[in-house]
Write a protein that binds this ligand. Structure first.
Ligand code: UD1
Length: 365
């Protein structure tokens, strides 16, 4: 049994790490039984994210093995990046001949790898299947739709995912509700995420992340958001780690607010340092999918600067509120959250730290 995993961008690493680990544990158990064939795993990094701060540091902190293959595709337009992954991944699949290829999430590398496998008739398992924003202007929505149609096994994080897949005509026997693998990583590493004195001394603060093209490529809107954050900073300190795309756009907009201690613009943070900040924040403002989930698990209020979410469970059972691209709504919701007690951690079914074990069980059976 040979399982090949494909990762490419920052959010993939937190999802793949627990699956690699759960399969390795099953593999070592198998090797003690002569009746079983050994389990082999191969890790392919497409190189979609390549800066040390977006990739290497996550491998280190998550305790992941170094990739066996790095396709080094780098950045480009959607077509260029997707095509590069396909062209460079195909010979790897032909050489390694895996029994299963496991792909994660909804980034360009995910859809590209799934498409290569479908054409080569190699079986694909999709981790984090079934999520839908119903907004096809989001490149990730296209990647989700395509990957799910091409996959032979679909591992969903919540029951809305199952309903979406069934509605799209995917056979029920391919779908497995396993829970959220990103929460597996969070549960494992939370004990290591101790709040340093420097963060404790900040007192209540607002944590911000923005990286979606809809928010950061629209420079007048980005400028408006930064102005709003400067204004929020007069009330509570604002900590804003910048994705490289956001960093570039702020530079292009020629609008760099002074790092005066009230609004702190930081480089991208490693996993543990960001977890510390999320746990300690009074409220998080974001457009990230994963952060909507992590804040729900941690019980930290989250205001999402998007019109929709592919993770509706974070609205109904978590701490998430959609504020759209609307500064006055953002201000209003921020005041509401700050005037309300801190919500407790939310228990969402199967977001329990064991999703990867359930995936490993299905893959090995
Ligand atoms: C990608 C995913 C998005 C995910 C995000 C997490 C797609 C379509 N988008 O968006 O779903 O939420 O990752 O971070 O797959 N760059 C660097 N260094 C890097 C990587 C990127 O400087 O290591 C810069 C480059 O200028 C690049 C830009 O960031 O052009 C965007 O990178 P890209 O991978 O195309 O998309 P993300 O915005 O990171």
């Amino acid at each position: 049994m040979h399982i090949l995993h494909v990762v490419g961008a920052r959010p993939n690493f937190m999802k793949a790490a627990p699956v690699l680990r759960a399969l390795a544990e099953r593999g070592s158990a198998r090797q003690t039984s002569l009746a079983q064939t050994p389990l082999r795993q191969t890790l392919v990094h497409t190189g979609q994210h390549y800066d040390a701060s977006m990739s290497d540091v996550f491998f280190q902190q998550l305790g992941m093995p170094a990739p066996d293959v790095n396709l080094s595709v780098g950045s480009g337009s959607h077509a260029q990046q997707t095509a590069e992954v396909m062209a460079r991944f195909e010979p790897v699949v032909l050489e390694y001949k895996p029994d299963w290829v496991v792909v994660y999430g909804d980034v360009n590398s995910t859809a590209a790898a799934a498409l290569v496998c479908a054409k080569l008739q190699v079986r694909v398992a999709h981790v984090e299947a079934g999520l839908r924003s119903r907004d096809r202007s989001m490149p990730e929505e296209i990647n989700r739709l395509l990957t799910d149609q091409l996959s032979d096994l679909l591992f969903t994080p919540s029951s809305d995912g199952d309903a979406n897949l069934l509605q799209e005509g995917i056979a029920a026997e391919k779908i497995h509700l396993v829970g959220n693998v990103m929460i597996d990583t969070l549960v494992r590493l939370l004990p290591q995420a101790e709040t340093p004195g420097e963060v404790a001394r900040l007192g209540p603060f607002v944590l911000v992340t923005l990286h979606r093209p809809a928010n950061v490529d629209d420079l007048p809107w980005l400028r408006e958001m930064l102005m709003a954050m400067l204004e929020v900073g007069r009330e509570l300190p604002v900590v804003f780690p910048l994705h490289p795309r956001t960093q570039q756009r702020i530079a292009e907009a020629g609008f760099l607010p002074a790092n005066d201690g009230r609004l702190r613009l930081l480089p991208p943070l490693p996993y543990l340092e960001f977890l510390v900040m999320q746990r300690a924040a009074r409220v998080v403002i974001t457009d990230s999918g994963g952060i909507q989930e992590e804040t729900s698990f941690l019980g930290v209020p989250c205001l999402t600067v998007r019109e929709n979410t592919e993770r509706p469970i974070t609205l109904t059972a978590g701490t998430n509120t959609l504020v759209g691209r609307d500064i006055s709504r953002l201000r209003q919701e921020l005041q509401r959250v700050l005037a309300s007690p801190v919500p407790g951690a939310c228990a969402i079914p199967l977001w329990d730290g064991h999703a990867a074990e359930r995936i490993a069980k299905v893959l090995c059976s």
